[in-house]
Write a protein that binds this ligand. Structure first.
Ligand SMILES: [Zn+2]
Length: 181
């Protein structure tokens, strides 16, 4: 690996090499710190983050990643349009119960979850959601499936748990960047 934690020069170089693609930039024990770092990177105004210059060429957001908060950045100074990152996504998942009451069959539940991976904070595959069919006791049920760019797989049981326990973001993680002048 050779990349130390929160090596912003390396993160910025990696993001620059893949314009428009969200790139991991660091983990922080404090959510407040991570959010402030993300704001500062997006604004491009502070000298604390010289790797993310010029101002207006970067977007950043902070999201929970396990018991930490991660910051993700993307380079948007290449002049191509980029899709805004939604803060949440609504999907249909299969609920097979929590196992405490034995076999309960399958129920399709529609849940709204954060558009970022619960494990690493990277963007979930919100733009890859596609209908899928799952069979249970000879009956077919329509659910959704998606692929996360980070490689973490969202199992339905974990998604249901997350929908119950993990608060949704209060504001979009990605804000539009105003180009002045
Ligand atoms: Zn992930």
């Amino acid at each position: 690996m050779g990349r130390t934690r929160n090596d912003h020069a390396a993160a910025a170089a990696a993001a620059r090499a893949l314009p428009g693609k969200w790139t991991f930039a660091g983990n922080f024990p404090s959510s407040l710190t991570a959010k402030s770092v993300a704001r500062n990177i997006s604004s491009g105004r502070l000298p604390n983050y010289p790797a993310y210059q010029p101002a207006g060429a970067w977007e950043a957001y902070a999201a929970p990643a396990g018991d930490q908060e991660s910051v993700w950045v993307r380079y948007i100074g290449h002049g191509e349009p980029v899709a805004p990152l939604p803060d949440r996504m609504t999907v249909r998942v299969a609920d097979r119960g929590d196992g405490t009451r034995g076999y309960v069959g399958l129920e399709v539940v529609t849940v709204t979850i954060a558009a970022t991976c619960a494990e690493c904070g990277g963007p979930r595959g919100w733009d890859t959601v596609r209908p899928n069919w799952t069979c249970e006791d000879g009956a077919w049920y329509g659910v959704d499936t998606w692929t996360n760019g980070c490689g973490h797989v969202d199992m339905f049981a974990a998604v249901l748990r997350e929908a119950r326990l993990r608060p949704l973001p209060v504001a979009p993680p990605s804000r539009p960047v105003e180009v002045i002048g």
